[in-house]
Ligand binder design. Sequence first.
Ligand SMILES: Cc1cc2nc3c(=O)[nH]c(=O)nc-3n(C[C@H](O)[C@H](O)[C@H](O)COP(=O)(O)OP(=O)(O)OC[C@H]3O[C@@H](n4cnc5c(N)ncnc54)[C@H](O)[C@@H]3O)c2cc1C
Length: 424
Amino acid sequence: MDLELSPEDAAFRAEAREWLAAHVPGERLPSLETAEGFAAHRAWERTLAAGRWSVVSWPLEYGGRGASLLRRLLFEEEYYAAGAPGRVSQNGISLLAPTLLRHGTAEQRARVLPPMASGDVVWAQAWSEPEAGSDLAALRSTARRDTGGWLLSGQKTWSSRAAFADRAFGLFRSHPGADRPHQGLTYAMFPLDAPGVTVRPLGRLDGRPGFAELFLDEVFVPDEDVIGEPGEGWRVAMSTAGDERGLTLRSPGRFTAAAHRLADLWRERAAADPGGGDPCGGDPCGAGGGLRDRVADALIRARAYQLFAYTRATGPAGARPAGGGSTGARPAGGGSTAGGSTGAEASLTKVFWSELDLALHETALDLLGPYGELSDTAPDAPAGGGWADGYTFALAGPIYAGTNEIQRDIIAERLLGLPKGRRG
Ligand SMILES: Cc1cc2nc3c(=O)[nH]c(=O)nc-3n(C[C@H](O)[C@H](O)[C@H](O)COP(=O)(O)OP(=O)(O)OC[C@H]3O[C@@H](n4cnc5c(N)ncnc54)[C@H](O)[C@@H]3O)c2cc1C
């Protein structure tokens, strides 16, 4: 494997770095889990789009640069290294967009993708239900045939961003007589302000409305808003799930940037302790203690993830041509899973990044001691409360995008060929 970038890729990286240096807000934006923060993050998406940096690997006609998967990874490294804001549009650009590029119609792509790229329409994912999380096929919400479309009814929960977002995509039971629970499901898009939709915000650990429950009562969606064939929604949804677990949602740039910030934090703490005292609560950070090893371990794991992603992006699967939306086609970069991190392999990636995120943040909090617990509302919070906020979010990593218990089952059965567990 050649680790040297081509002059063209290096120039792309330099251009991204320069633009980010000129445009990333000097101050941390307010939390996107508040109305004010959501608006500020949406405005940032518009700035990104104006510079054509919001969706670099999408085709030009939808607002992208047609960049390769490798360049997408390079851009994200620069993005997070620059301390740029979290992406309020991520459910749309990382989950729905690649699904539309593979399974949507040309009309859907032309209609949905540009306003998603510009931040004008922010999307939420409406999959989970009170009785259907890990066992998604147990979902009960329905789609009933109506003239020219479908009537959606039921309850969805844990829908991130839905408290302030514009539209959502979800799965509905449309053919109740189907033989198996995975059959007879329909994948549809709907507006969150449509008649019949009630959005009830749910608080996160910090009390902010990071999620919402959605109650749907005969919400009309036209046929144009169904993705794939009615009744075939499971197959389409599994394509979205691969993107959610794989490199598309959590590419390595986020973790390499956090690991380098962690190393800087460790250096600061060690420098503040020239006498080899005890600034880190019994675990001397300056003198070869366990914390130093944990920082090194996080750096190594982030680097390993980065190299894995480069391998995927530059290998044969990553170099496939742009998809025209036909089933199974993988668009070059159009939110592809960075070269084939699909199915069981995406589960491997998911367990890796979620555990890395948690280890990184736990180490940071141990280095900071009691100060690490201060949130962004406290004037003395280190890094503006970023470590504390990152920690509470990292706690959810082993749960969202499919719990790690389930991912380990998939890895055991489908990658390692081990016998099925005791579940039904
Ligand atoms: C931060 C965050 C954001 C989220 N965002 C969204 C979103 O935007 N849209 C959305 O639709 N959903 C979202 N979710 C919901 C998420 O997808 C579900 O929480 C997840 O799929 C688990 O489902 P559950 O909560 O119903 O847990 P359950 O399925 O009830 O699982 C409970 C526990 O039992 C374990 N378990 C269950 N079945 C098995 C089994 N067969 N073998 C071994 N262990 C098992 C699970 O691993 C878990 O530890 C989000 C969740 C979080 C935490």
